[in-house]
Design a protein around this ligand. Structure first.
Ligand SMILES: [Zn+2]
Length: 104
């Protein structure tokens, strides 16, 4: 498989998604920043995560300029032991999901 942007070789990478036993398979370009998820494996991960007990409806809020954000409420902060200044990874496996993974 080659990169649709620069035609370099795509590298197959298994992505561990927090809370899911299935791994999402992604293809990452070895030259540019192109990145895609393989749809079947990411669907499995999303289905697995959908059964997760913590599901909270939240509003997207406007931040400065054109940026949008969400708040993490106390339940989420406590169950993940989140702290200010920590880094997280955000991935978008399909057009209806945002997966947030904590940096180890
Ligand atoms: Zn590329």
């Amino acid at each position: 498989m080659n990169c649709p942007k620069c035609n370099a070789t795509l590298k197959k990478v298994e992505v561990n998604v927090h809370g899911a036993k299935n791994k999402a398979i992604s293809y990452q370009c070895t030259k540019c920043d192109y990145f895609e998820f393989e749809p079947v494996s990411s669907r499995k991960v999303v289905e697995e995560l959908r059964e997760s007990p913590l599901k909270i409806r939240q509003k997207v809020v406007k931040l400065s300029q054109d940026r949008l954000g969400i708040y993490f409420n106390n339940n989420v902060v406590r169950s993940l032991d989140l702290k200010k200044g920590e880094y997280i990874y955000v991935s978008v496996p399909d057009k209806k999901h945002i997966v947030i993974e904590l940096e180890e």
